[in-house]
Design a protein around this ligand. Structure first.
Ligand SMILES: [Zn+2]
Length: 145
C-alpha cells in the first residue's frame, strides 16, 4: 500500500466515522519516527484546528504482523474519543476503541479479517499529554508477558 492509498483509505474512514470536517494527514513511518519504537500507529490532534496527523508504522518494519486498516481506523477513532480521555481512564478509552474498531473491521471485511488485531489491544497505553489540543493516541502491541 502506498501513502496515497493510505490517505485515500483514511478519507473513507473519515466518512464512516463522520469526521470529514477534520483535516487528517496520514503516512507510513519508520519505527524510529514514532513516539515509541513498538507503536504500530499514533495520532496527534489539534482539536481547535480540527487537524490530525496520523503515522502508521511501515508494515515491512513493524515489530510484528499488523492489519494496516485496523491500526488506521483505531488511530482515527482517537479523534472522537480523545476529548473524553483523562490520565485515569486512558485504558478504558483504548479498550472501547479496540472493541468498536474490531467490530467495524469485522463487519467490513467479514471472514477476511483475521483475529490478529488482538495483538493491538493497546493495554499499556502511555496516556495523552494532558493538553486537550495535543492529545496523543497510540496503538501499542500487547507486551509479551
Ligand atoms: Zn489507541
Amino acid at each position: 500500500m502506498t501513502n496515497a492509498q493510505l490517505q485515500q483509505l483514511a478519507e473513507e474512514w473519515q466518512r464512516l466515522l463522520r469526521i470529514q470536517d477534520w483535516d487528517v494527514t496520514v503516512r507510513f513511518a519508520r519505527p524510529v519516527e514514532m513516539f515509541d519504537r513498538d507503536l504500530l500507529g499514533q495520532c496527534r490532534t489539534l482539536a481547535n484546528l480540527k487537524e490530525a496527523q496520523v503515522l502508521i508504522c511501515d508494515p515491512a518494519q513493524a515489530p510484528e504482523p499488523m492489519d494496516v486498516e485496523y491500526v488506521l481506523a483505531h488511530e482515527l477513532g482517537h479523534i472522537l474519543l480523545d476529548p473524553l480521555a483523562t490520565k485515569s481512564n486512558m485504558l478504558h478509552v483504548e479498550q472501547a476503541l479496540h472493541g468498536f474498531v474490531h467490530a467495524l473491521i469485522k463487519l467490513r471485511k467479514g471472514d477476511k479479517h483475521e483475529e490478529q488485531v488482538d495483538l493491538v489491544t493497546a493495554v499499556k497505553h502511555a496516556g495523552s499529554s494532558g493538553n486537550k489540543d495535543r492529545a496523543e493516541g497510540r496503538t501499542r502491541r500487547r507486551r509479551k508477558a
